[in-house]
Design a protein around this ligand. Structure first.
Ligand code: UDP
Length: 236
C-alpha cells in the first residue's frame, strides 16, 4: 500500500492515509523531544531503530497472543498498521525505580520491585499529560471499565513477555510506556511504538543506559545506545 495524504505529524512520527481507510502508514523520524517538548534535538538513525525494533517486538507479542496494530514493515522507516482510535491514556509499567517514580517518591533509581507497577496519564498536551487513576479515567469517559481492565491485563502480559525477552539479550527492562487503540469493532489492540524512546533499557551487567535517557540527561553516546539496542535485537 502507498502513502496518501498526511493525516497527522507528531513529535517522532508521521501518519499517512492509504487507499484503504482501515490502514495507515506510520513513518518514523529522527526528531527527538523531552521534558514536555522543551528539549528538542535529532538522534541520527533513531527512526530506523525505533521502527524496526517496535515491529519486531509487536510480532513477538502477537506470537504470545497479544493483539497489536502491526501489519507489515514497508521499509526501514515506514510501517503499515491498522487504523485505530487511540485510547487517550499513557500506560506506564515499571519493574525498577527510575525517572519520575524516583523523583516523586524520593528514592534512588535501581530499586528492583517485587511486583511491577502500573500507572496512567491522560494523553493531553494542553494539560501536560497529568497522572490519573482508573476511576478518573472512567469519570472522564476516556475508556470503559471493561476497556481499562483489558488494558491492564494486556500491559502486564506485555511486561512478562518483554522482560524475559530483553533479559535474554542482557538488558534489564526498567520501565516503559504503552498506548492502546480501538479497532472499528471495538477490539483493544496494542498500538504506538515500543522502542528506546518509550522504554528504559539498562545493560544487565553494567547498568549502562541504552535508551532516551542519554538524550534527556545529556549523557552523550545517544546514537551509539540506539545502535547497540538494534544490535542486541537483530545481531547486526
Ligand atoms: N515515557 C514515554 N513517554 C512519555 C513519558 C514517559 O515514552 O511521555 C516512558 C519513558 O521513556 C520511561 C517510562 O515511560 O521508559 C516512564 O517514564 P517516567 O514516568 O519515569 O517519566 P520521565 O522520567 O521519562 O519523564
Amino acid at each position: 500500500m502507498e502513502k496518501k495524504e498526511l493525516l497527522y505529524e507528531g513529535k517522532a512520527k508521521k501518519v499517512f492515509a492509504t487507499e484503504d481507510e482501515n490502514y495507515v502508514i506510520v513513518s518514523y523520524k529522527d526528531d527527538a523531544t523531552a521534558f514536555d517538548g522543551l528539549k528538542k534535538g535529532t538522534i541520527l538513525g533513531k527512526g530506523v531503530v525505533n521502527n524496526r525494533m517496535s515491529n519486531y517486538l509487536m510480532q513477538l507479542l502477537e506470537k504470545h497472543g497479544i493483539p497489536t496494530h502491526f501489519v507489515e514493515e514497508i521499509d526501514y522507516r515506514d510501517t503499515l498498521v491498522k487504523k485505530v482510535q487511540i485510547v487517550p491514556l499513557e500506560v506506564i509499567i515499571r519493574n525498577i525505580s527510575a525517572g519520575s517514580f524516583a523523583k516523586h517518591y524520593g528514592v534512588e533509581e535501581g530499586i528492583v520491585f517485587d511486583e511491577p507497577t502500573i500507572e496512567f496519564s491522560y494523553k493531553n498536551d494542553d494539560l501536560h499529560d497529568p497522572l490519573l487513576n482508573s476511576y478518573h479515567a472512567l469519570a472522564l469517559k476516556l475508556a470503559t471499565k471493561e476497556e481499562i481492565n483489558r488494558i491492564k491485563e494486556m500491559a502486564f502480559e506485555v511486561n512478562r513477555v518483554l522482560k524475559e525477552y530483553f533479559l535474554s539479550l542482557g538488558v534489564k527492562l526498567v520501565d516503559f510506556k504503552l498506548e492502546f487503540g480501538r479497532l472499528s469493532d471495538g477490539t483493544i489492540v496494542l498500538a504506538d511504538e515500543i522502542s528506546p524512546d518509550t522504554c528504559r533499557f539498562w545493560d544487565a551487567k553494567t547498568n549502562e543506559k541504552l535508551d532516551k535517557d542519554r538524550f534527556r540527561r545529556d549523557l552523550g553516546g545517544v546514537e551509539d545506545a540506539y545502535r547497540e539496542m538494534l544490535h542486541r535485537v537483530f545481531g547486526e
